[in-house]
Design a protein around this ligand. Structure first.
Ligand code: ADP
Ligand code: MG
Length: 363
C-alpha cells in the first residue's frame, strides 16, 4: 500500500538520522575525553632546585607556559640572593612598597612563627650564612659567633607597615605595603617560598580552567583535583635513610611537603653531619631526633612552613601541635627509623615493605 510504503520511508530516514546523530555525539564525547587526558609537562630549574609540572586538558599547554612566567616573577621578588628582589631590598634597609606576593608570603610565615613559638623564624639568614648554607662554603661557626648573630634573629621584630586596612578589606595592592627589619636583621624565605609558589601556580591553573595537575617543586608535591581517569594522585614519600620510599599517599587537592636532614648537609672537620634546618633557639642544626617530617594539607605555604617548624620541634612537640590544630596531617620519621602517621592518613597511606606506621591519634 502506498501509504504504508511512505510511512516506512519516513521511519527509515528517522532511524538513519538518529544513528548519524548518535555517532556524531559519541565522536565528540570521545574527542573531549581524549582532550581532557592530553598531558602537558614543563621542567624548570628555579629556586635552586628542579620543578616538574604536569597538567591535563586542552587549556594545560598555555597554562603551563603562564606558570613558567609566574615562577620567574616570584623568584625575582622572593629570592634572598637576587639583586633587586623585594627580600634583598628589605635586607638592605630600603623603605619601599613591596609586592602583594612578598607581603602575603611574609605575613603567612610570621603567623606560623607565632603559632610555632619561633621554631620557624624567617630572620635566621645571618646564621645560615655563617654556616655556609647560602654559598656552599661550609664551616662550623664558633658558639660565640652564633650567640652574637642570634641577637639579630627575632621574627617579632619584623614590622609591617602602611595600608594594613586594605588587607582587612581583602585585596592587597602592589607597592602600597611596607615591610622593614631592624638594622643587621635579614629575612630568608627558604622555608616557605616553594610552598607559596605551589599555591600560586595551582591558583593560576584553576583560573585557566585546568582541573587536573601535579606539581613537583623540588620534592614538594602539590596536586590539583584528581587524575584524569578519576582516581587519586599517588605520591611516594621518600625514605630519609635510602633511595626508596616509605610508602605512598593517595590524595586529591593537597600539598605533600617534606623537610629532612638528608636534603642539604655537610660533613664537618670533626666528622659530624650538619644540616640546613637550624634551631633558632641556639643557631645549630635542629637535633630533635627526627630524620624527616612530611606535612599534608590544603595550603602549600602552611605545609612548607610547618614541615620546617615541626622538624625543629621534634616528635613530642609536633604531636602536641597537631592535636591542638588538626588542620593538617603529618608523617614523622625518627632518627631511629620509627614511622608515625596521624590518624587522618590511615585510609590514604600505604607503607612500603619493611616499614610499619604507628598511628598518632587525636585526644
Ligand atoms: P627544603 O628547602 O630543603 O625543601 P625546608 O622547607 O625545610 O627544606 O627549608 C629549609 C630552608 O629554610 C633552609 O635552607 C633555610 O633557608 C631555611 N631555614 C632553616 N631553618 C629554618 C628555621 N628554623 N626557620 C626558618 N627558616 C629556616
Ligand atoms: Mg619548609
Amino acid at each position: 500500500m502506498p501509504h504504508t510504503h511512505k510511512l516506512n520511508c519516513v521511519r527509515r530516514t528517522v532511524c538513519v538520522v538518529m544513528a548519524v546523530l548518535i555517532l556524531v555525539f559519541c565522536a565528540a564525547f570521545l574527542q573531549r575525553r581524549q582532550a581532557s587526558k592530553t598531558v602537558y609537562t614543563k621542567e624548570l630549574f628555579a629556586m635552586d632546585t628542579f620543578f616538574a609540572l604536569r597538567a591535563y586538558g586542552p587549556q594545560a599547554e598555555e597554562a603551563l607556559a603562564a606558570c613558567e612566567g609566574r615562577v620567574e616573577e616570584l623568584e625575582s621578588l622572593l629570592s634572598v640572593t637576587r639583586e633587586g628582589s623585594d627580600i634583598r631590598r628589605i635586607n638592605q634597609g630600603e623603605r619601599f612598597g613591596v609586592s602583594k606576593d612578598t607581603f602575603s608570603v611574609i605575613t603567612s610565615a610570621l603567623e606560623l612563627s607565632e603559632e610555632t613559638e619561633g621554631a620557624l623564624d624567617i630572620t635566621l639568614y645571618p646564621v645560615l650564612r655563617e654556616w655556609g648554607f647560602t654559598t656552599g662554603e661550609y664551616r662550623i661557626p664558633q658558639a660565640e659567633e652564633l650567640q652574637a648573630l642570634l641577637e639579630k634573629v627575632d621574627y617579632r621584630a619584623v614590622s609591617l607597615g602602611g595600608g594594613l586596612s586594605d588587607r582587612v578589606d581583602g585585596d592587597l595592592e602592589d607597592g602600597v605595603l611596607t615591610i622593614s627589619v631592624p638594622e643587621g636583621m635579614e629575612l630568608d624565605l627558604g622555608a616557605v617560598a616553594k610552598g607559596y609558589t605551589g599555591d600560586c601556580l595551582l591558583a593560576l591553573l584553576r583560573e585557566r580552567g585546568v582541573t587536573s595537575a601535579m606539581l613537583d617543586l623540588g620534592g614538594n608535591v602539590q596536586v590539583l583535583g584528581e587524575k584524569p581517569d578519576g582516581s587519586a594522585w599517588r605520591v611516594a614519600v621518600r625514605d630519609p635513610f635510602g633511595g626508596g620510599s616509605l610508602g605512598v599517599l593517595e590524595i586529591r587537592d593537597k600539598a605533600v611537603i617534606t623537610s629532612g636532614n638528608y636534603e642539604r648537609y655537610f660533613v664537618g672537620e670533626d666528622g659530624n653531619i650538619y644540616w640546613h634546618i637550624l634551631d633558632p633557639s641556639d643557631g645549630y642544626p635542629a637535633d630533635s631526633g627526627l630524620a624527616a617530617v612530611t606535612v599534608i594539607g590544603e595550603h602549600g605555604v602552611q605545609c612548607d612552613g610547618l614541615s620546617t617548624a615541626l622538624f625543629v620541634m621534634g616528635k613530642e612537640a609536633a604531636v602536641d601541635y597537631w592535636r591542638r590544630h588538626r588542620d593538617f596531617e603529618m608523617l614523622l620519621v625518627t632518627e631511629d627509623a620509627h614511622l608515625y602517621i596521624t590518624e587522618g592518613l590511615t585510609e590514604c597511606f600505604t607503607c612500603s615493605e619493611g616499614w610499619n606506621a604507628e598511628i598518632i591519634r587525636g585526644n
